[in-house]
Design a protein around this ligand. Structure first.
Ligand code: SAM
Ligand code: SF4
Length: 317
């Protein structure tokens, strides 16, 4: 469906939990997280009803995220149910990959199309530091399992962090010479209480580091891709901050506790649980439709807008 600014909104990111088995420095508060109570979290049957309503309004792409989606019990059952809904053309997931090794083939069989794995460094000790204790070997096995399962193209998301991984840009790019992966560098966003502003690097700076090595092959609304000549994979640059792509934004988010967020950088949230309780279908459609129609025109971060209060783990990145 279209919003007030004529944008077609057809993509929903669904956070299935705010819990996570890692504690990335820029995502989770240093003091740990206060989890939402189990009774506050949408049940699978409720998520299914929201997806049915969204599909009826013209939504076609759905991404499961979190927190860490693979720690939610029964996630395969949810994937199966959602993949079966008429109108759901593209069902994907963003994961930290820790549990992917054993899940990749099952996710594919349940109907998941593709997968994004977040990986900010290729070095075990740096991985341990940025995730506060994670083991990179599990993630690397997970990525291999995703490739083997045909969750293609596998995408690796790398948050670019000044003084942390800016010396690994070419190491990451090197992977695309051998693997048919999209490796995407993403700008750090000022979200929640944890955004380390001093670590921000713009994708323009990353592009400069790559420019002399790889030509640009593709540009879409939200991403630029470059490819080494003859390479099976691509390197992508995603710049939500430096060149905000609000004019072509096509998505909304559903948080694990049942709030619709129509802009990542806005504090406006629409609670859909009252409509879910109505149990008549029409209320849910109305609430969703109104929320989408009133989607924010753009963010104002570059003009000094304050970061939103919810951390990324509680929104669904
Ligand atoms: N746990 C899963 C994962 O890490 O892929 C899914 C949820 S996580 C919140 C989704 C994505 O958001 C990850 O790629 C993570 O790196 C990214 N992210 C979290 N906080 C961010 C921030 N402040 N700026 C940019 N990306 C962020
Ligand atoms: Fe967990 Fe993903 Fe946040 Fe890292 S980025 S703490 S893996 S939710």
């Amino acid at each position: 469906m279209q919003d007030e600014f004529g944008r077609t909104i057809d993509y929903m990111r669904i956070s299935v939990t705010d819990r996570c088995n890692l504690r990335c420095l820029y995502c989770m508060p240093e003091t740990g997280v206060e989890n939402i109570g189990h009774d506050q979290i949408l049940r699978f049957e409720e998520i299914e009803r929201v997806v049915r309503a969204a599909a009826a309004l013209g939504f076609r792409k759905f991404r499961l995220t979190g927190g860490e989606p693979l720690v939610r019990n029964g996630i395969l059952r949810l994937v199966e149910k959602l993949a079966d809904i008429e109108g759901v053309e593209d069902l994907t997931m963003t994961t930290n990959g820790v549990l992917l090794d054993k899940m990749a083939a099952k996710l594919k069989a349940a109907g998941l199309k593709r997968i994004n794995v977040s990986l900010d460094t290729l070095r075990p000790e740096r991985f341990r530091a940025i995730t506060r204790g994670g083991e990179i070997s599990a993630v690397l096995r997970g990525i291999q399992a995703a490739e083997d399962a045909g969750l293609a193209p596998v995408r690796l998301n790398v948050v670019a962090l000044h003084g942390f991984n800016d010396d690994e840009i070419l190491d990451f790019a090197e992977i695309t010479k051998k693997k048919p992966f999209d490796i995407r560098f993403i700008e750090l966003m000022p979200i929640g209480s944890t955004g380390e502003r001093g670590q921000f690097i713009s994708t323009q700076d990353i592009r400069k580091a790559l420019w002399e090595y790889i030509p640009l092959v593709d540009r879409t609304g939200v991403a630029e891709y470059v490819r080494y000549p003859g390479a099976p994979g691509r390197v992508g640059l995603i710049s939500p901050i430096s060149s905000h792509f609000c004019g072509s934004c096509n998505k909304i988010r559903l948080t694990a506790d049942g709030k619709i967020k129509t802009c990542l950088h806005s504090n406006r949230e629409v609670d859909i649980r009252p409509a879910l309780r109505e149990n008549d279908g029409a209320s849910l459609l109305n609430v969703l439709e109104k929320a989408v129609r009133e989607k924010e025109e753009r963010h104002y971060i570059n003009e000094g807008e304050a970061p939103v209060a919810r951390g990324m783990n509680k929104i669904g990145g």
